[in-house]
Design a protein around this ligand. Structure first.
Ligand code: ITT
Length: 224
């Protein structure tokens, strides 16, 4: 059965294909990202929304198609984790080079990249406890969660759709842009003297946040 990799970013698909021999297809579904301080909640929420959208769009032989959402972010330590879960918005507004300048001007160049993969197939399995900071989300869109829990079509016995999370991270530092490969923040993120944009896709996968999360996911998925 094919696996839908939920992203609008083709760079992510290219990296994912190196790990997953399953029949992976890109599911270009731009799910509304909730505002939350950690990637885990955003990815889990996205996986449930994407699974429901995939189920609406087609059901192969009466079997639901599994989905995996990939949410990533750059966390600059000396800037309190900025841009973190807002990396996409900040890329679109300030731009990657400006983020690099801000970090260097503040002499805050230690950083890490994090990636969270969230898997959902509509079946019951031992889900990952999902950290949700209710305080931070007070007044935000809690209604979606309430609706999820209340709609029988979206639930399995015992609660809302289970989601399994796989996390990967890589430490590094922010430098002046170098290299033409990769995408997003790759040119300003250096690991062991080389920016991610200077690495081949295989070299990046071997050390990257996504590669680490994908390796864990591929292991688990092979046994499923
Ligand atoms: P989707 O949400 O559709 O998957 P996106 O590119 O917006 O696409 P994210 O929200 O996960 O994906 O990414 C947040 C930002 O971080 C965005 O600007 C990406 O380009 C960037 N990013 C994600 N993974 C990256 C990686 O491996 N290397 C460099 N930048 C990355």
């Amino acid at each position: 059965m094919s696996l839908r990799y939920v992203t609008t970013n083709e760079g992510k698909i290219a990296e994912a294909l190196e790990y997953l021999d399953a029949d992976v297809v890109q599911f270009d579904y731009d799910y509304a990202e909730i505002q939350a301080p950690e990637l885990e909640s955003i990815a889990a929420h996205g996986a449930r929304a994407a699974f429901r959208a995939a189920r609406r769009s087609d059901t192969v032989d009466g079997t639901d198609t599994p989905v995996v959402v990939d949410d990533a972010g750059l966390f600059v330590e000396g800037l309190d984790g900025f841009p973190g879960p807002y990396s996409s918005y900040v890329d679109d507004t300030l731009g990657v080079e400006r983020v690099g300048e801000l970090a260097r001007e503040a002499d805050a160049t230690r950083a890490q990249f994090r990636c969270v993969l969230a898997y959902c197939d509509g079946d019951g399995f031992e889900a990952t406890p999902e950290p949700v900071d209710r305080e931070a989300r007070r007044g935000q869109d809690l209604s979606a969660d309430t609706r999820d829990a209340a709609t029988t079509d979206d639930t399995v016995a015992g609660g809302e759709l289970p989601v399994k999370l796989f996390v990967g991270s890589v430490p590094g530092r922010i430098v002046e842009p170098r290299g033409d490969g990769g995408f997003g923040y790759d040119p300003i993120f250096e690991h062991d003297g080389t920016t991610l944009a200077e690495m081949s896709p295989t070299e990046k996968n071997a050390i990257s946040h996504r590669g680490r999360a994908l390796a864990k996911f591929a292991d688990w998925y092979a046994g499923r």
